[in-house]
Design a protein around this ligand. Structure first.
Ligand code: SF4
Length: 439
């Protein structure tokens, strides 16, 4: 674990020494992109698929390398390359309101389709869309299909409109897996499906999922040893991406859990890009994706004020594990279906409200902060209603800031900082009011 002896205010902004889990993840991501960009010369087939509802364990059964377009967009956002890709895409006719993950992807393809390692990404052999609630995914894949003209498979996940999963919904998905998805993946890959191989992959997923949940729930402690939004985005990387079901993921989450345990044992708060956070003054729950092009500036607005995010909905977008779901090797196809049905983007508005209310109460948060993303309708629709409901049911203050995913034009640091400062004042007043009433 990193030893930091000076206070944050005394240090110039710079990269903190990295924990073992961070180095491990960096090496895993580099390996992932090396595998992808050399797939064609090694004769490996490529499957493009999305994060929410991704069937990584199944894809691995057919020896595909897995390319996730949102992960590419996020990498380009963090590396500050997405801005020109978004503009390129607008030049090609895509409207300002289109999800900027899509525009970053389309712009990247138009400008050489380079992976973060600087090498060209391969054309996919198959597009596998597990449709889990966001309509944009469907339109995005239509664009990719037009571009690549390859086999396209759609797994339709029924929306959890009533707030629960019925037997029919599960059976409908298993039927699609058996009759559509698996036969097509067999045909494109030339590899025969082996259900025991799938079971082994699912077994590994469940081990990593247990450790991830331990890490996320460690934020119930005071001080929280993790930041469950900004830090949480790193923690979900391997399991939401191309590593669920691998030994690498088991290793990563075991290492991460040990580091978090060590922080807990020593009463230490989260790691930030500038070292340990220092005193925990505010505990927040967040709703909505972050901004990736100004990720560090946004995070700094929190940790400079001693605000730690103890739970977030965004870290559930590729799977909700903290209410008990695990991939189950004894019920392989049913379990893949239930995973897709339960991801955050497939949940109804009342379910989202229940989840956030639960988080505010269970994690003893001071309130809810919503980052409303201009170009993400899937998250942003209904957020004002979510805000009012959570306030009403928890009695804790909520606030709203606005930015975008990977479009740097929609991050106004001064505006966001102002709103955050007013929000922290609101929390202080609320606390003073509670204390006054108790006296
Ligand atoms: S959920 Fe939001 S960010 Fe993701 S594809 Fe849909 S619109 Fe884009």
């Amino acid at each position: 674990m990193t030893e930091i002896t000076t206070s944050r205010a005394e240090r110039p902004a710079k990269d903190a020494v990295k924990d073992e889990s961070m180095l491990k993840q960096k090496a895993m991501m580099a390996g992932h992109y090396d595998r992808l960009t050399s797939a064609t010369e090694r004769g490996e087939k490529v499957c493009a698929t999305f994060v929410p509802g991704n069937l990584n364990e199944l894809i691995m059964c057919f020896d595909f390398a897995n390319n996730l377009p949102e992960v590419n967009a996020i990498q380009n956002g963090l590396r500050k390359k997405s801005g020109r890709y978004v503009m390129e895409s607008e030049k090609l006719g895509h409207s300002e309101d289109v999800c900027t993950y899509v525009k970053s992807d389309i712009g990247m393809m138009a400008m050489g389709n380079l992976a973060p390692n600087g090498k060209p990404l391969p054309s996919p052999d198959v597009l596998l869309l597990s449709y889990t609630g966001c309509f944009t995914f469907m339109k995005w894949f239509e664009l990719l299909r037009e571009q690549y003209q390859c086999e396209t498979i759609m797994l339709h996940t029924p929306y959890e409109g009533d707030g629960w999963v019925t037997e029919n919904m599960r059976n409908y998905m298993v039927k699609q897996l058996k009759e559509e998805v698996i036969p097509k993946l067999e045909r494109v890959s030339g590899v025969k499906f082996d259900i025991d191989r799938l079971r082994e992959n699912l077994k590994r997923s469940a081990v990593a999922e247990d450790d991830l949940v331990y890490v996320l729930q460690s934020a119930k402690n005071k001080p929280s040893p993790i930041d469950a939004y900004f830090g949480g985005i790193y923690y979900i990387g391997p399991i939401f991406g191309a590593f669920r079901g691998t030994d690498d993921a088991i290793d990563y989450y075991r290492t991460l859990r040990a580091e978090v345990q060590d922080r807990l044992d020593n009463g230490r708060g989260p790691v930030t890009p500038e070292g340990d956070m220092g005193e925990e003054k505010y505990r927040l729950v967040t709703e909505g994706p972050p901004n990736y092009t100004s990720f560090r500036d946004f995070w700094k607005m929190f940790y400079d004020e001693g605000a730690v995010v103890v739970a977030s909905s965004y870290t559930k977008v590729g799977g909700v594990y903290d209410f008990g779901f695990r991939h189950d090797p004894e019920r392989p196809l049913e379990s893949l279906a239930e995973y897709c049905l339960g991801v955050y983007t497939n949940r109804s508005l009342p379910q989202r409200v229940d989840m956030l209310v639960d988080y505010v109460n269970e994690y003893e948060a001071d309130g809810l902060l919503i980052n409303s993303i201009k170009s993400c309708n899937s998250f942003s629709a209904g957020q004002l209603l979510i805000m009012r409901e959570v306030e009403k049911r928890t009695g804790k203050p909520a606030a709203f800031v606005e930015s975008d995913l990977v479009d740097p034009r929609y991050f106004s640091a001064a505006n966001i900082k102002n709103r955050m400062e007013s929000y922290f004042q609101m929390v202080d007043q609320k606390r003073a009011g509670v204390k006054g009433a108790a006296a």
